[in-house]
Design a protein around this ligand. Structure first.
Ligand code: ZN
Length: 473
């Protein structure tokens, strides 16, 4: 049930709003009926429950816009650890995913969701491509059930596709492609069973063929976009994670990846792509002009040696920016504090990498440090809600859903000596000291624990599941 309470005396409140509004004035915040009622310097009302946030900072709950939860049992696989994207795909997810059973899939989802919740994440969009013809269980339902169990908002990006990367006859059943009718039929079923179009929905469905040039033929991608829009659904996929996408789309269609997406109706404010690391200037302009979104995944892009996405250039051009952790098989720190910490550092690193000396006609050090913690908080909260179309989620402002994280900065020496407490969780990184996570005013995490969850038992089950999975391979 939702809790009405007054959060008092926070050292700082970051709101997720742009500009000066990114920091609230005053350290109090009132929650009423699952929504934020007021911020500022607030006097308690008679009988009102109070929570003393002295020594704490308050952020909006994080919105993770790209994940593959099934990979939460595939961390650090030695066969794919030191590989770039294409060989890693073959070595790890393509090898191990088809061998996972329903129990392992559920356990992986639970591990990933718990990890996110403990970092202060309140909304998770999972790009699930665990589908094949006549599969014996419903992976979509498992994901919704696990998110519901924890009380997190969940957006199912229904992946899969009609093309296989190898001849279908030689593939295990779980690697076989679907038909377009099968894909679209299941999408319609998922909408009937789970989709809520409300601006503060707890459950949404998105059409998300796994990777446009790999997963479906152009005409099928066009039909999928039309069918999704007719159902009121958004579109999501991977794009331009490495230079390989440019080679492949150039070879297949004689154009650049973003132009290919334009040609099949896959750009617009209702579309967001994970990665977008390798973009030419004209592609950035096109993504910006169409208000297409990005799920920026800096840790996975670093782990796989893909590069650093031009996030600030995209935002300046008009694109919507959000942050995703990506699957844990390419990111052994798939929590939102690690991810946003990396985003802050890597956007600065990229700008510094691009800097040119003045005597060579450049701008010198220029604005390489211009990405602020407030930017990163905004991308990871309001930006995420924006690409997902959850208009009543993502910022700490009156009337918005009470999705918020309270972090302590008074117990861990990592924060001692910090001049500006507001930046602590993102700038200092590390394990968050999460005192409270509310989702729609409901308590999900208290004092770093999820009530009713035996974390040691989850760890034991996970180790056993990994051993069982490997024994079958
Ligand atoms: Zn991904």
């Amino acid at each position: 049930m939702t809790q009405d309470l007054l959060i008092r005396n926070a050292s700082a409140i970051l709101t997720g709003l742009p500009g000066a509004a990114g920091r609230a004035v005053g350290g109090d915040l009132r929650v009423r009926g699952g929504r934020i009622a007021a911020l500022g310097a607030l006097a308690p009302e008679p009988g009102e429950r109070q929570l003393d946030a002295t020594g704490c900072v308050v952020y909006p709950g994080w919105v993770n816009t790209h994940h593959h939860l099934f990979q939460s049992l595939l961390k650090g696989d030695p066969q794919g650890l030191n590989a770039t994207l294409s060989p890693w795909l073959v070595a790890t997810p393509m090898r191990l995913r088809p061998r996972m059973n329903a129990h392992e899939f559920r356990l992986a989802a639970r591990v990933g969701l718990v990890e996110l919740a403990l970092s202060g994440c309140s909304t998770v969009a999972d790009h699930n491509y665990h589908y094949w013809p006549d599969m014996p269980y419903d992976s979509s339902a498992i994901l919704f059930e696990e998110a519901q169990r924890l009380g997190l908002r969940f957006v199912l990006c229904r992946g899969g596709g009609t093309l296989a990367r190898a001849p279908a006859e030689g593939l295990p059943a779980a690697s076989r492609p679907e038909t377009l009718e099968g894909f679209l039929g299941d999408l319609e079923r998922l909408v009937r069973e789970w989709h809520d179009p409300a601006p503060d929905a707890m459950r949404r469905v998105v059409a998300a063929p796994t990777t446009p040039p790999h997963s479906m033929r152009p005409q099928e991608l066009r039909e999928t976009a039309q069918a999704a829009r007719a159902l009121g659904l958004r579109l999501h996929s991977h794009l331009s994670e490495t230079v390989h996408y440019h080679d492949m789309v150039h070879q297949q269609h004689g154009m650049k990846p973003v132009h290919f997406c334009e040609s099949i109706g896959w750009l617009g404010p209702d579309v967001w792509f994970a990665h977008l690391v390798k973009l030419d200037e004209d592609e950035i302009a096109l993504l910006g002009a169409t208000r297409t979104g990005i799920a920026h995944c800096p840790q996975s892009n670093g782990r796989l040696g893909s590069g650093i996405a031009p996030v600030r250039q995209l935002e300046a051009a008009g694109a919507q920016v959000s942050i995703g952790v990506d699957g844990a098989a390419s990111n052994e720190a798939a929590d939102m504090i690690s991810e946003t910490h990396a985003a802050w550092l890597m956007q600065r690193a990229r700008a510094g990498q691009d800097a040119l000396a003045v005597h060579r006609g450049g701008g010198g050090e220029g604005d390489a440090a211009a990405t602020t913690v407030e930017d990163v908080v905004r991308w990871g909260s309001a930006g995420g809600a924006g690409v997902l179309g959850l208009d009543a989620v993502g910022t700490l402002a009156p009337g918005m859903a009470a999705d918020l994280a309270i972090y302590g900065i008074d117990r861990d020496p990592r924060y001692f000596g910090l001049h500006d407490p507001a930046i602590g969780p993102v700038a200092s990184g590390g394990a968050a000291d999460l005192r409270l996570l509310l989702v729609g005013g409901r308590e999900v995490v208290r004092e770093g624990r999820i009530p009713g969850l035996d974390l040691a038992e989850l760890g034991r089950s996970s180790r056993e599941a990994v051993q069982a999975l490997l024994a079958r391979c």
